[in-house]
Structure formats: structure tokens, C-alpha cells
Design a protein around this ligand. Structure first.
Ligand code: HEM
Length: 204
């Protein structure tokens, strides 16, 4: 098995460990006083975590030259979507018993739900267009432009998290700072590109 295949298998299995632990703890009644809330919160944090890990690929690749990392980005992005989907399912079924009127009422009454929904629905077209066939169909440029929606989904995820926590803003702040660095690096390297090009042209 070549390294990339081995690493992909490793990432695939390890990314499922949090879910396996959640199911295990649910089975043995170890999810605490409010298992539904624990499940929703855990899957929410995992969604945001995988989004940030996915967004870290490009800066790490550019800064350290770890070009191979790009081979794992699709799987990491799909895991962000997967945990986001579990988050939505846990909320819709376990919390709202799949009552569309209750969900609609909640979107209205609790704005953080609307923000979460928006973040999730931004992830849907990204998941749908993650296949090689879709990249070919869209064309690399359009695909890359569409996948910038990941930035908006992550920003909305942090805002959603911030709106939920009452006083203890430590974790939303931490996620927000990491996201700011990952997006800040992109803005910085985008500004650097023309300068580098100019410098190269001048030396030629
Ligand atoms: C699909 C739409 C979504 C709905 C309906 C939703 C709903 C919720 C609810 C009800 C909570 C728990 C609030 C509480 O305990 O008081 C929550 C927590 C959370 N959600 Fe979402 N969410 C959605 C999408 C997202 C997305 C896309 C992300 C990430 C990008 C996300 C990240 C989080 C985080 C980090 C938490 C907080 C966990 C904690 O308090 O420890 N959610 N969400």
C-alpha cells in the first residue's frame, strides 16, 4: 500500500473515532445528564474542528511546502460535512422530534439556529461538488471560486458558537482566532503573489 493510501486510511479511521466514542458512551449511558445536548454540542464542535483542519491545509502546504497534504483535503472537508449532517440530524430528530414546525419556530426564535443552518447549507454544494467528475464539469476556476464558501461557512460556524455560549467565550474565541490566522494567511499570500511576480519579472 503506498503512503498516500496508507495515510488516507489512517485519517479515515481516526476521523471516525469521535463518533465511535460518542456511540459507545451513548450505549453505556455515559453522555451525562443531558445526552441529546451533549451529542448536539459534540457534533457541532467536530464540524467546526474539521472545517478548521481543512482550511489549515493550504497555509501548511504553502508555508512548509507540504504539498502532499492537498491529497487529504477532500476527505477532511467531507468529514466536516459529515459531522455537520450528524449535528443537524441530532438536533432535528433527538431535540425537535423531526417536527418541521418546531424547527421553523426555533429558527425564528433562536437566531443562532438560523446562523447554523446557513453555515450548514453552504457546506451542501461543497460536498456535492467534491467529486473528480464535478470538478471536471465545473472547471477548476469555478470550482475553486465555489469552494471559497468554506470561509463563509467557518465564519458563520464561529458566530453560531459565539451566540450560543453565554459568558464563557473562551472556545468560540479560540476557534475564531485560529480561523482569523488561517484566513489572514490567505489574504497575506494573495497580496504577496503579484509582488513576487513583479520581482521575478524584474530579475529576468
Ligand atoms: C444545520 C444547522 C445547525 C443547527 C440546527 C445547529 C444547532 C445547534 C444547537 C441547538 C446547538 C446547541 C446549543 C446549546 O446547547 O444551547 C449547537 C451547538 C453548536 N453548533 Fe450548531 N447547528 C447547526 C449547524 C452548525 C454548523 C454548520 C456548525 C459548524 C460550522 C455548528 C457548530 C456548533 C458548535 C461549535 C456548537 C456549540 C457546542 C458547545 O456549546 O460546546 N453548528 N448547534
Amino acid at each position: 500500500m503506498n503512503d498516500v493510501k496508507f495515510n488516507k486510511t489512517l485519517i479515515f479511521i481516526n476521523s471516525l473515532v469521535p463518533l465511535a466514542l460518542l456511540v459507545w458512551d451513548a450505549f453505556f449511558g455515559k453522555l451525562g445528564a443531558n445526552p441529546v445536548e451533549f451529542t448536539i454540542r459534540t457534533t457541532g464542535v467536530l464540524t467546526l474542528l474539521f472545517l478548521l483542519i481543512t482550511l489549515a491545509v493550504t497555509p501548511l502546504r504553502k508555508y512548509y511546502g507540504w504539498n502532499n497534504l492537498v491529497k487529504y483535503r477532500r476527505m477532511l472537508g467531507l468529514y466536516a460535512f459529515f459531522y455537520g449532517f450528524l449535528h443537524l440530524v441530532a438536533y432535528s430528530i433527538f431535540d425537535k422530534s423531526f417536527s418541521l414546525s418546531a424547527i421553523a419556530g426555533d429558527v425564528w426564535e433562536r437566531p443562532f439556529i438560523a446562523v447554523g443552518m446557513l453555515a450548514f447549507f453552504l457546506l451542501v454544494p461543497l460536498a456535492v461538488t467534491s467529486t473528480n467528475a464535478m470538478i471536471k464539469r465545473l472547471g477548476g476556476k469555478n470550482w475553486a471560486r465555489l469552494h471559497k464558501a468554506t470561509y463563509a461557512a467557518a465564519i458563520l460556524g464561529v458566530i453560531h458558537f459565539w451566540m450560543i455560549v453565554k459568558s464563557d467565550v473562551f472556545y468560540p474565541l479560540l476557534f475564531g482566532l485560529i480561523l482569523a490566522v488561517l484566513l489572514g494567511y490567505r489574504i497575506y499570500s494573495a497580496n504577496e503573489k503579484p509582488k513576487k511576480k513583479l520581482a521575478t519579472n524584474n530579475t529576468n
